[in-house]
Design a protein around this ligand. Structure first.
Ligand code: ADE
Ligand code: ZN
Length: 339
């Protein structure tokens, strides 16, 4: 099956194999034992919350503090996605998390763009005459929830505007990080500016915090919501999502691991889908969660009875929701057999 992944963090997409390549390239020492490395890179069984989950990002981030490391990470992640049947992906990352060895946020953006370009060249080379092997990739720049990083977020906003394109580069902004510790209300001004500057944006909301967080993100003018699982806590928020057909970027394995919902038997994904909310299916952090798009579909089929009609709706929703041009959307529809 061919896939579209709209919610995928670069630092969360680093697998053991990718970590080894990045470490070797930069002369960084990693544990020699693969199991030990996997333990450091993946979510522990006893992960209790999003805050716990986010601790797994320290190692992958440490491998992406140089231009070379960051660019190669993007190239390797894109190669993995392409080999897994993903035809369109929006990779998100926070430039401010790549400055430990002297890169600027703008250099980080340039490095990520270079990684996409290099991946394209490799894929073109490997697939001469085989158009089916194509993948298109765009970037979403994340601002980060936190304290004391207000000017870093402003800089991300400035650069998002500077680098914004309709397709083939930076296409939107996001807000990531610990939602329960740094509530959405704190980011009103940042997103008022994003709106004024006409930068499309999505916000992680209703994941570690409640429906109120989704309501605020909608008030700010978010074009999409990252997760939104907890929207069901307020019927009025569900109504707003439905009326405005705001896409939800849902990520079941991530939601299970971060305990976004306590009891997966009450996971609202199928309810949302059946009630006409614009649900999309995504991975979030495939390396850290040990998942792929294929595995997310299998999980939804086996655990929640997702059928062929449901899969088609998810794909249609993903294409409609993508931050790209009508031309690329039409290409996706052809590739996915949606017309
Ligand atoms: N960064 C990576 N994964 C995330 C998630 N699920 N929520 C918020 N920030 C994240
Ligand atoms: Zn996420």
């Amino acid at each position: 099956m061919k896939h579209v992944d709209l919610h995928l963090h670069l630092d969360g997409a680093v697998t053991v194999a990718i970590a080894r390549k990045l470490a070797k390239l930069q002369g960084i020492t990693l544990p020699e034992n693969d199991q030990e490395l996997e333990r450091l890179l993946t979510v522990p069984e006893d992960c209790e919350s999003l805050t716990d989950f986010l601790k797994c990002f320290a190692l992958p981030l440490s491998l992406m503090q140089t231009r070379e490391g960051l660019s190669e990470a993007v190239r390797l992640v894109v190669n993995d996605l392409q080999s897994q049947g993903v035809i369109y992906a929006e990779i998100r990352f926070a430039p401010q998390l790549h400055l430990e060895q002297g890169m600027t946020q703008e250099e980080a953006i340039r490095a990520a763009l270079e990684g996409i370009k290099k991946a394209g060249e490799c894929i073109d080379h490997a697939a001469e005459g085989n158009m089916a092997a194509q993948i298109k990739v765009n970037l979403i720049l994340c601002a980060m929830r936190g304290d004391g990083n207000e000017s870093a977020n402003e800089e991300t906003l400035r650069l998002a505007k500077k680098w914004l394109v309709a397709d083939g580069g930076v296409v939107a902004m996001d807000l990531a990080g610990a939602e329960a510790l740094f509530p959405t209300g704190k980011y009103r001004e940042l997103f008022a500016k994003a709106k004024e500057l006409k930068i499309p944006f999505t916000i992680h909301a209703g994941e570690a915090d409640g429906a109120e967080s989704v309501k605020l993100a909608l008030e700010f003018g978010a074009n999409r919501i990252g997760h939104g699982v907890r929207s069901q806590e307020d019927p009025q928020v569900l109504q707003l999502l439905k009326e405005n057909q705001i896409p939800l970027e849902m990520c079941p394995t991530s939601n299970r691991q971060t305990h976004a919902v306590e009891d997966m038997s009450r996971y609202p994904f199928m309810d949302y889908l059946q009630h006409g909310l614009k649900v999309t299916l995504n991975t979030d952090d495939p390396g850290i969660e040990g998942t792929t798009m294929e595995a997310e579909y299998r999980y939804m089929e086996q655990r929640f009875g997702l059928d062929e009609d449901g899969k088609r709706t998810l794909l249609q929703n993903a294409v409609d929701a993508a931050f790209t041009t009508e031309e690329v959307k039409n290409w996706m529809r052809m590739e996915l057999g949606l017309r």
